[in-house]
Each structure stands twice: as structure tokens, then as C-alpha cells.
Design a binder for this molecule. Structure first.
Ligand SMILES: [Zn+2]
Length: 428
């Protein structure tokens, strides 16, 4: 026993990964909670979820699932259990215009990566166990993803698009950016990002709020350029996300076989119908343009031109989201803010889900948009996105039934990712 302890301490000091492996290999039972049914059935009360290592090995009622001696038992009674939340649009290294940009003007790559790692730890506290980075800075998010996968850092599962592909004069234009123009350069840039570890490619097909490169409603890339990127990415097994506020640009991108449209600030009903027909995903990031997040932009010292641009798209963005819900477009939650960013007394992720309900979703639909729907978009729904035997034990407990009231997501009581507990504030 003493020897084992010694070995454990030694390994902990040398490689953290060993500690992870040792901790995750113990059997854990979450007992007494109510498991929410994402398919709309009645919830499973007084449930037992057995976790072996990283995976769920059994789920049932207390009289169906026996808990063997030696199992670590966590009492989650009084809570509702849902899959770990997913946020499909976040930038770990996000720098917005104003005070923030001035403070971080000379940030080194080392400093950037450590800032991202700090954010990743906080993301878990917000109940978010999977994120997608549609374009992040200097491959810091890919380094972070690799470190998390190796057990060298704590954070959610990360799906990265590497660095966004920026056309000369388009959204994202700034000093020092390596531009890619024309089908050939864009194809090459897409392959470069995939080769660096990206499983998505991000293109910017209309203008945006944060830079003045191009009009939000204009199509900035040619059909040949969009086709080239989508084709190159799909051939290498990667998917393509397009920043788009524009119906024209989105129309072309759908024909090219784009996988997801980000923001959709001014999408009209015709293009939304087309998205629904093709199964194209919409990641609304509605928090970026709505009143509940005004404090965030004040806090980061956004300049007036930025606030004006944000206000100018707010109403149309909201209408596009309402119509997307009416038309049955596939929607996966994303915020374009850090998932845990404080907004309106909660996190950006919880507020985004609440906005979906305010725009017409049922609470169950909004919960799905934050869990199983993103997993489907990532084509990772055989491993994550719901509480099922054989899937990763990414489990969150909240203190109310989110299918009755989505505001339950405001109170994250317990967070497990891959069998490892990161948060437990359940009081008995
Ligand atoms: Zn973004």
C-alpha cells in the first residue's frame, strides 16, 4: 500500500496524465438524480448512473442498477441530470475592439496560450464540456486541445477550425493577417489548417460586426472560392463553417455544401427554408446582438462604432432566429463569447439558450440545441451529446427541470467530463 502511494506521488509529480488515468479508472455512481429525456419522454427519477473510467456503463432506476462495494457514490438527489452542455462558437483567444485590444496588443504566443488555458478551466465550471473554435488565434486553441486530450490541461473537448481563412479586404482584415484569395490560395490555406490539427475550416463570406471589412449583408467571396474550400475540406474529412450575415452569401454557400452558417444576422425566409431543406446548420450566436449582453460590451470597453454596428443588426438578427425556428432549421448553440462569460446574471451559454426559448423554441428544443444537436453537427453523437451507455460521462446537474424552464441552466450544480468531476456544489 505504502509502495503504491509512493508510486502514485511520483507519477503525479512527473506526469499529470497518470493521475488522470488513475482517477478516471475508479467506478463512480451518481445516485438519486432525475435524468432528463432528450426525446421528450418522462424523466427517469431516483436514477443511478454508473461511470467506469471515462464512460457511462449503466443507467437505470435505483432498483434496476446495483452499486457494487468500492464504488464512489455521489449523491445528486434533488437535481436534474443532463448531458454536458456544448457551445459551438467560441474563441478562446478572442480579442474585441477597444480596451481589450489595447491591453492585449503585445500579447506573446505563450501569454495567449496561458490565457486560453485559464478560459478552458472556467468553461468547465459553466457546465460546458464540448466547444468548437471556429477560427482562433495562432493555433493556441489547437495546442490547448492537444494538452487537454493528453491530460496536461483541464478543459472541455475542443473541435477546432484553426485560423479563419481571410480574404483581402474582407471581414477579419487586419495588419499582419495572411490573406488567401482565389480558389487555389483558399484551398491551400484550408489544407494548411487541417494539417495543423483542425477538423473544421472557417471562412468569412460576408462582413461582420467586429471589423469594418465589408458589408454584413454582402456576399464577399465568389462561388468558385467557396466551392474550392468546401471541396478541399470535405476531401480531407473536415467540415466548413461560414461566418455569414448575408442571405446572398449563404445561398451560394448552401449550394457549395457548407456545413454550418454562423450568426445569420440578416437571413431571409427563403434562404432559411433552403437551409432546412439541405440540413445546413445555423449557429445563431444571438447573444452578440441582443440587449441582455450590453453590459459585456461596456465592460470590455467597446468603441461607439462597434456598439452602433451591433445595434444596427440586432432586430434583423432576432427576426432571422425566429424564422429559422419556425422553418425547422438545424440549430446548434453558440455564443461568440466565452461560454462562461457573465451576462444578465448568468453565463453567455445559459443566456443564449434562454433567448432560443424567447424566440420560439420549447425548453426541450433549446436544451437539445445545447447538447445532442451540436453533437450531431460534429458527427460525434455516437460518443457525446446524451446520457447513454457507451458514451463519455459528460454529465451536468442543474437544480430544476430545464424542459419545464430553460432558466434551470442558470444554476450549474455539478459538472463531470469524461468521468472526472470538476464541480460539485450540491448541498444536502
Ligand atoms: Zn466568432
Amino acid at each position: 500500500m505504502q509502495f503504491k502511494k509512493c508510486v502514485l506521488v511520483l507519477f503525479c509529480t512527473i506526469i499529470c496524465a497518470s493521475l488522470w488515468a488513475i482517477e478516471a479508472s475508479a467506478m463512480t455512481a451518481l445516485v438519486g438524480g432525475t435524468v432528463v429525456d432528450l426525446d421528450g419522454g418522462s424523466p427517469l427519477q431516483n436514477a443511478v448512473i454508473l461511470v467506469d473510467g471515462e464512460k457511462i456503463v449503466s443507467i437505470g432506476s435505483a432498483d434496476e442498477v446495483s452499486v457494487e462495494p468500492g464504488t464512489e457514490v455521489i449523491d445528486v438527489s434533488g437535481t436534474w441530470l443532463i448531458p454536458g452542455l456544448m457551445n459551438m462558437h467560441t474563441h478562446y483567444g478572442l480579442v474585441l475592439p477597444g480596451k481589450m485590444a489595447a491591453e492585449l496588443a503585445n500579447e506573446t504566443e505563450g501569454e495567449l496560450t496561458l490565457r486560453m488555458a485559464q478560459a478552458a478551466r472556467e468553461v468547465l465550471q459553466a457546465g460546458v464540456t464540448t466547444t468548437r473554435s471556429p477560427g482562433d488565434a495562432r493555433h493556441g486553441d489547437i495546442a490547448l486541445m492537444k494538452a487537454i486530450n493528453k491530460g496536461q490541461a483541464h478543459g472541455p473537448r475542443i473541435f477546432s477550425a484553426g485560423e479563419a481563412l481571410v480574404i483581402t479586404g474582407g471581414h477579419g482584415s487586419e495588419h499582419g493577417v495572411e490573406y488567401a484569395d482565389g480558389p487555389y490560395e483558399l484551398m491551400k490555406a484550408a489544407r494548411r489548417e487541417i494539417s495543423a490539427g483542425a477538423t473544421w475550416v472557417k471562412i468569412l463570406i460576408s462582413g461582420g460586426i467586429a471589423t469594418d471589412g465589408g458589408d454584413i449583408s454582402k456576399a464577399l467571396m465568389t462561388p468558385e472560392e467557396i466551392n474550392a474550400v468546401v471541396d478541399a475540406a470535405h476531401r480531407l474529412g473536415a467540415k466548413v463553417a461560414a461566418h455569414s450575415g448575408s442571405s446572398n452569401a449563404t445561398n451560394v454557400a448552401i449550394d457549395a455544401g457548407i456545413d454550418s452558417i454562423e450568426h445569420g444576422y440578416t437571413l431571409d425566409r427563403d434562404v432559411l427554408k433552403k437551409m432546412a431543406k439541405h440540413g445546413t446548420w445555423l449557429v445563431p450566436t444571438i447573444v452578440v446582438s441582443q440587449p441582455a449582453t450590453a453590459d459585456f460590451f461596456e465592460r470590455i470597453g467597446s468603441p461607439q462604432w462597434y456598439l452602433d454596428r451591433r445595434d444596427s443588426v440586432g432586430k434583423e438578427h432576432w427576426r432571422a432566429l425566429e424564422m429559422a425556428i419556425e422553418e425547422g432549421v438545424n440549430i446548434a448553440l453558440g455564443t461568440d463569447q466565452l461560454p462562461h462569460e457573465p451576462n444578465d446574471g448568468t453565463t453567455a451559454t445559459a443566456r443564449e439558450a434562454q433567448y432560443y426559448v424567447e424566440a420560439g423554441m420549447t425548453p426541450l428544443q433549446a436544451l437539445r440545441a445545447a447538447t445532442i444537436e451540436p453533437a450531431r453537427m460534429l458527427e460525434a453523437d455516437d460518443e457525446i451529446g446524451s446520457l447513454e451507455v457507451g458514451k463519455y460521462a459528460d454529465i451536468v446537474a442543474v437544480n430544476g427541470d430545464p424542459t419545464e424552464d430553460i432558466k434551470a441552466l442558470r444554476n450549474i450544480m455539478f459538472v463531470m467530463k469524461g468521468g472526472h468531476i470538476y464541480r460539485n456544489v450540491i448541498e444536502h
